[in-house]
Design a protein. Sequence first.
Length: 180
Amino acid sequence: MIEEQVELNKTAATSEAYDRSARRGARAARASLTNLLIGKAIAEAVLVAALALFFYFTAFPPYYRGWGEATRQGIQGWAVNNASPWDRVEVQLYIDGRFVARQTANLSRPDVASAGYAKDEWHGYAFDLPSLEAGEHEASVYALHASKDGARLTLQLLGKPVRFRLEAGTVVPLSNSHMN
């Protein structure tokens, strides 16, 4: 009987050791699986972010630089396509969120070439203001970008919106845009 008791104790001790070892192994397996799932989630997030950036820069290329200001004559400035500095940029003027005019930035601006923003000086634009009510207004100039062989058109704001006030037919600048 004592031998049987000793044998039972040995079996119980072995069983307990086996259970402890199994629990440790299960914990280690859970920890490994958790680490693997966290790593997979991080890899997926990085992949999605890379795809989003690729799509963003394909659809909305940040190639345009420009500047605008309110003058007594209207809204004037310059626009350059950094990806192709010899090309002329199509620009659109919006005042108070409404489309006003469209033109190609091809007026002489020697300051743009001398500052190194373009290969030549023909990147200026000048918009005459339409008849507006007296008071404060905001003008935004956008570069028009065609992609997918003209199937997709996007606008990129050049600089910051230009605020001005119209008093008795005279344009009074409130703030000038900064270069983009």
